[in-house]
Design a protein. Structure first.
Lengths: 507, 367
């Protein structure tokens, strides 16, 4: 059996990627039973550091030592042998296999698989930490939160006693996130070490014993959680004071710019993903769509953008029926759209920043004249947007896929807003984006609102919805449960509606 | 600017390394075929560059390779894989020969453009079929283009043996499958007297520049690259992805058709059996070797023109089976395509260095 990790130290870690110094002389340490939070904005180098610890990358300089002995971790399998386990943000599970089969995947060295013994061991691990999942259930039957627990069991089954979790709550509902925090506390109480990568301050405060803050690839603070506060951490992480965005009380919406009337649409599986959605978004308001993802949000956005067929019902955009319009016509009719998949739908990763900034206008003057691209105009347009929207990039020629999530989102936002649409659909615009960029995105959405744009904001983050929306609609199983002015909502009501419980919510 | 230059330099080094790797493995096969690889490669490399004949014949082969390669660049950049250039060349060649022979008395200034148009259109239609099948019926373009090659070949043979056969062949009773000679006024002029090097070379170079401008400086080219690099994002941006797939295949087919036209008007002056000599496949390799860039395809086509010629010469000089040439070409394709891995993963080269040279690089990093 592996020797338990009593303490682990990474010192002087430096890792360079072309054009970026991702980690610069970074030192971290952790002891058994401790929860260490690594906090930092996107692009601060958190994930790189953890990928080095997990053997996915090799540092250019620096050492890792476990229990005082220097080690070299060349691959994830070597990390696992040392007792290090990692739960990635995107799960690595096979949906058509059972929990048990997923856990032992790749471990069995014999021809026949002994599922019984494995199941027994899995049950032992689950009992020990209070993880309730049926080992015989198929992974596709599980909720996202349960799948995450399977990932944790997988790491524990392989003998991990130091667990790295990369943004574990990004995909969870508020309730699931709370459960995860309890689980992590329980695990550390039993002597495991946990490294939590996050940029959500309240979680870091709730679960960690110590916080190491990274900024621009360097450690800028290492503090005990009890000696600090959310505000102090936010300031350390961003490097300046934060002013959270709030909409002003004034709310004077104009005429409707986007209307949905009893809209039905099929999902990818052929079932009704939208079952009679009626909504009206007016000039100068932000209408929030709350709900656990997978309840028709994706289809709702795609139907509005003309990327998915409407099977029944009617859409009206800027005074014209848009039910059967092509995506190009809908764009022309004044729709801006920040899609959920920003990397592959919102941008073309291999295209340069300037190319992505003209994605929707490459054939219109001033960017094209008689179908010839006007590079000079395009470049100066690009430069001014990069500056105005604070896109951090070496230059305009950089492939957009190389930027961090927050910066890609800025590219999309810059493009969509400067097109001055009448209605803007934003699907999960701040998912996985750090607080600095989130604050910025919120301020831009509010600015769009005050410029008279009707904004439809799809989000799972209730805090976000209640702080910037004028009205909130809850989407559950393809239907709108209720549309309410934000003043009449609270987390409890929204949570109940998101779970499809209408009666209790109306009390 | 400097880093861009280094990037290009790196690409060249990796590609040349791939070429050397392919030739080394090829040497093993040559040994198995009981011939001397050093002598064979000696002929293969020295032959094409040693005299006027070698140099001009290299360029003669480079012309169709470049035209085909340009079509491949367009289709691959648009996200559709065209294996059908071989059939599209034949369509272009037969179209050119037929139209050329239909108007024997028309002045060159009218007939030559007409013949070029006819050949390009024939190739474009042949390529467009595969594009349409992909766009409308989601038929895999690799399968359809390969199958269309077979159909084109048989149709071509039928036409040059039957309806379009040279009347003289019939009257003499020899029956060589070829069309009549096209009118002399549309034979492309020879650039160097006494050689086969013809003005199609200049045409192909101009087309290469035009393709570059088309793909990178026009909004249509932008759309086609967008469809290739990010089909979902292209659809999101209101681009009609299906239409651009058809257009890409039609343009690729048109380019290959032009290669057929150039072979007819510049080299053979008629459509005959075996006119393509595998240019449809070698052109793919040239395009890949040119990093799917129209201008990169120019030197790549010349290089592969030399390789084809060198292989021919090697075959005669050291008496090895013709199949060996195909083996070596196949190896080059495999190596070039594999070398992509090293260009796409910057760290892989560093890792390879560590593996090859051990601690040298490590020690540096450890301090």
């Amino acid at each position: 059996m592996v020797e338990k990790i009593q303490n682990l130290e990474m010192s002087g870690i430096t890792k360079r990627f072309p054009g970026v110094l991702s980690n610069n002389n970074v030192n971290i340490h952790i002891v058994a039973g401790e929860v260490l939070a690594i906090l930092g904005e996107n692009g601060a180098g958190k994930t790189t550091l953890m990928n080095i610890l997990y053997g996915l990358y090799q540092p250019e300089a620096g050492t890792i030592s476990v229990n005082g002995k220097s080690v070299r971790i060349n691959s994830p399998s070597e990390a696992i042998q040392l007792g290090i386990g990692m739960v990635h943000q995107h799960f690595m599970l096979v949906p058509t296999l059972t929990v048990c089969e997923n856990v032992i995947l790749g471990l069995s060295k014999t021809f026949l698989v002994d599922l019984k013994t494995a199941t027994k061991r899995i049950k032992e691990i689950m009992d020990r930490y209070g993880l309730a999942i049926n080992p015989e259930a198929y992974v596709w039957q599980l909720s996202v939160g349960e799948q995450q627990r399977v990932e944790i069991v997988k790491a524990l089954y392989r003998g991990a006693n130091l667990l790295i979790l990369d943004e574990p709550t990004a995909v969870l509902t508020p309730q699931e996130a709370k459960e995860l925090i309890l689980l992590l506390k329980n695990m550390s109480a039993q002597g495991n070490s946990i490294i939590l990568i996050s940029h959500k301050l309240h979680e870091v405060m709730a679960v960690s014993d110590r916080v190491t803050v990274l900024r621009d690839g360097e450690v800028c603070a290492d503090v005990n959680t009890q000696d600090t506060s959310q505000e102090a951490l936010a300031k350390l992480m961003v490097g300046r004071d934060m002013a959270p965005c709030k909409r002003d009380g004034k709310f004077s919406p104009g005429k409707p710019v986007l209307e949905l009337q009893d809209v039905f649409a099929k999902g990818d599986m052929g079932t009704n993903a939208l079952a009679g959605v009626s909504l009206s978004i007016r000039e100068g308001e932000i209408l929030g769509i709350a709900g656990v993802s997978g309840n028709g949000q994706k289809e709702l956005a795609e139907v509005i953008a003309g990327l998915r067929k409407v099977s029944k019902g009617k859409l009206v955009l800027n005074g014209k029926e848009s039910t059967k319009m092509s995506p190009a016509k809908i764009i022309e009719q004044g729709l801006g759209y920040i899609p959920e998949d920003r990397l592959h739908v919102g941008t073309i990763p291999s295209f340069s920043i300037w190319e992505n900034l003209i994605l929707k206008d490459h054939n219109k003057p001033p960017f094209a004249k008689r179908s010839l691209l006007q590079n000079r105009v395009i470049m100066s347009h690009g430069l001014s947007l990069v500056e105005k929207y604070g896109i951090k990039t070496p230059n305009l020629e950089t492939p957009t896929g190389r930027l961090s999530g927050g910066n890609i989102q800025r590219v999309i936002l810059a493009r969509e807003i400067t097109r001055s649409p009448v209605a803007l659909v934003a699907a999960y615009p701040t998912r996985g984006v750090d607080i600095g960029a989130t604050e910025y995105l919120h301020s831009k959405l509010l600015e769009a609102r005050s410029n008279g744009i009707g904004v439809l904001l799809i989000s799972e983050d209730l805090e976000e919805l209640t702080s910037i929306c004028d009205r909130i609609a809850v989407l559950y199983e393809g239907q709108i449960m209720k549309v309410m002015p934000v003043e009449e909502t609270d987390e409890r009501i929204l949570g109940l509606l998101m779970a499809g419980i209408v009666e209790e919510a109306s009390i | 600017m400097n880093s861009q230059f280094r990037g290009v330099l790196k690409q060249i080094v990796v590609l040349l390394a791939a070429l050397v790797g392919a030739l080394l493995i090829g040497a093993v096969f040559l040994l198995l075929a009981k011939s001397d690889p050093i002598k064979a490669y000696g002929v293969m490399f020295a032959g094409p560059v040693s005299d006027k004949f070698g140099l001009t014949e290299t360029l003669v082969r480079a012309v169709p390779l470049l035209l085909v390669g340009l079509g491949i660049v367009i289709s691959f950049r648009s996200g559709i894989i065209n294996i059908g250039a071989e059939g599209q060349i034949l369509a272009g060649a037969i179209g050119a020969a037929y139209v050329g022979n239909s108007f024997p008395d028309m002045p060159a200034i009218l007939l030559l453009p007409l013949v070029f148009m006819a050949g390009a259109m024939s190739g474009a239609v042949w390529g467009g079929i595969a594009g349409w099948l992909k766009a409308r019926l989601a038929v895999n373009e690799i399968l359809s283009t390969v199958m269309l090659n077979q159909i084109a070949l048989q149709l071509y043979l039928f036409l040059i043996r039957g309806p379009l056969i040279d009347p003289q062949e019939v009257s003499y009773g020899t029956g060589v499958p070829q069309t009549a000679l096209i009118p002399e006024q549309i034979w492309l002029s020879r650039l160097i007297p006494g050689t086969r090097l013809h003005s199609g070379l200049i045409f192909a170079l101009v087309v290469a520049v035009l393709v570059y401008v088309f793909l990178w400086r026009t909004s249509t080219g932008y759309r086609m690259r967008a469809v290739g690099a990010g089909p979902e994002a292209a659809r999101y941006a209101g681009i009609n992805v299906q239409w651009y797939l058809v257009l890409a295949m039609a343009l690729a087919g048109g380019m290959a058709g032009l290669a057929g036209v150039v072979e007819v008007t510049g080299v053979h002056h008629r459509a005959l059996e075996g006119i393509s000599a595998g240019y449809g496949f070698s052109g793919i390799v040239a395009a890949l070797f040119g990093r799917l860039h129209p201008l990169g395809t120019i030197p790549a086509s010349i290089l592969f023109g030399a390789l084809l010629l060198g292989a021919d010469m090697m075959q005669r000089a050291v008496n090895i089976p013709a199949a060996m040439v195909m083996v070596i070409q196949g190896l080059v394709v495999l190596f070039v395509v594999s070398s992509d891995y090293f260009l796409k993963n910057p760290s892989s080269v560093a890792n390879l260095k560590v593996k090859l040279f051990g601690k040298k690089v490590n020690g540096e990093g450890g301090k």
